[in-house]
Design a protein around this ligand. Structure first.
Ligand SMILES: Nc1nc2c(ncn2[C@@H]2O[C@H](COP(=O)(O)OP(=O)(O)OP(=O)(O)O)[C@@H](O)[C@H]2O)c(=O)[nH]1
Ligand SMILES: [Mg+2]
Length: 343
């Protein structure tokens, strides 16, 4: 019997996971789920495949099993509090349900992850208004994938909005050229600094004037990667925010923090630092495809009240998806399901 049917027989009451599995089964051809499955394959190996491998080592649920499970969760970057809560829950539940087999434990883990979160939770999209000039500011430390994500985001948004770009990274040689390439690929307008090292706020000012003239609806601002020297960052952001307010008469619609999933808990530290100085409205989590630490999303959810709005699943222009918790959890835990079916 398939896992889905088995669970349906076994679990009574309204179980969110059943609903989710049904939905996913019906949408297997959905290209977004396929992208998630592919992009999260490394994370899946370090999560569900490792949990499966406990089958080989342990015949039954015991203290050693729980210790190893805890280690797997921590290594997958599920934060410590969440890991301990999860282990505590699994220990209690397995006692109550008198679970001794690892197959049933896998059921429990799979089920609990889906029950912890609302599978119907619609990730907030971007807060954009058609027909108006909406500004999106993109910030984050060096090399996390800001410019690449702007290229991908432009590709996603250009179907519905007129998008223009601003190269306010006046600091790094080559940064302007890099954004220009993405602008060309997307056939989007771009405002560049008049000279290297120009004041980023002045480029933003120019960008807004041009945007008003050519009826841009979404203006995306690329900024220089910087380590979190809070004072400098705060001053620079203040200047940019005030130019936006003054020139548009409304604040930036989105300030997106870009985090690199491969940096693990360091990303969590960056989120905390940026959250102190910027009015963050969302996170773009990049390089999920290169990371084995998919648990970082659960950590971010646990620690900050900032939605992950997009995840980067590769280097190509199409390799960024709006974040979808159901697809993500499914792609992370999928191995557990096939393990069940093979039994
Ligand atoms: N595999 C993978 N690589 C990515 C992803 N996003 C960005 N990259 C790569 O990460 C590297 C850095 O990307 P950039 O977009 O230049 O990063 P940045 O934050 O703009 O960097 P600075 O401007 O130097 O601060 C590039 O080689 C990108 O191709 C992703 O989702 N997956
Ligand atoms: Mg850049």
């Amino acid at each position: 019997m398939s896992l889905i049917n088995r669970l349906k027989n076994k679990i009574t009451g309204n179980n969110k996971k059943d609903v989710v599995l049904d939905k996913i089964k019906n949408q297997k051809e959905n290209s977004s789920i396929k992208k998630y499955e592919k992009g999260l394959s490394k994370s899946r190996k370090s999560f569900s495949h490792k949990i499966q491998s406990l089958f080989v080592k342990h015949r039954e649920v015991n203290d050693e099993y729980f210790e190893e499970l805890e280690e797997i969760l921590i290594m997958a970057d599920v934060n410590a509090t969440l890991t301990l809560d999860l282990i505590k829950y699994l220990k209690q539940k397995s006692q109550i349900k008198k679970i001794t087999s690892l197959a049933e434990m896998n059921d429990l883990i799979f089920e609990h992850l889906f029950n912890m979160y609302n599978p119907d939770e619609i990730t907030e999209g971007l807060n954009l208004t058609k027909g108006e000039l909406n500004v999106i500011l993109v910030i984050g430390v060096n090399g996390v994938g800001k410019t690449t994500s702007i290229g991908k985001l432009t590709n996603l948004l250009k179907k519905d909005y007129k998008v223009s770009l601003v190269a306010a990274d006046t600091f790094r040689a080559g940064a302007v050229e890099q954004l220009k390439i993405w602008a060309d690929r997307n056939q989007a307008d771009i405002t560049t600094p008049v000279k290297p090292g120009a004041d980023p706020a002045s480029v933003v000012y120019e960008g807004i004037q041009k945007a008003k003239e050519n009826r841009t609806e979404v203006l995306i601002i690329d900024t220089a990667g910087r380590l979190h020297n809070k004072e400098n960052l705060m001053n620079e952001l203040k200047k940019i925010y005030s130019i936006i307010e003054k020139e548009i008469g409304a604040p930036a619609k989105e300030t997106l923090l870009v985090l690199d999933a491969t940096t693990g808990q360091n990303g969590v530290v960056q989120a905390a630092a940026f959250n102190d100085v910027a009015e963050l409205t969302g996170i773009i989590l990049t390089k999920m495809d290169s990371s084995a630490k998919g648990g970082i999303i659960l950590s971010i959810k646990e620690l900050f009240n900032i939605p992950v709005k997009f995840i980067g699943l590769g280097e190509g222009i199409e390799d960024m998806e709006p974040f979808n918790l159901t697809n993500y959890l499914y792609a992370l835990t999928e191995g557990l399901e096939s393990n069940e079916q093979e039994e």
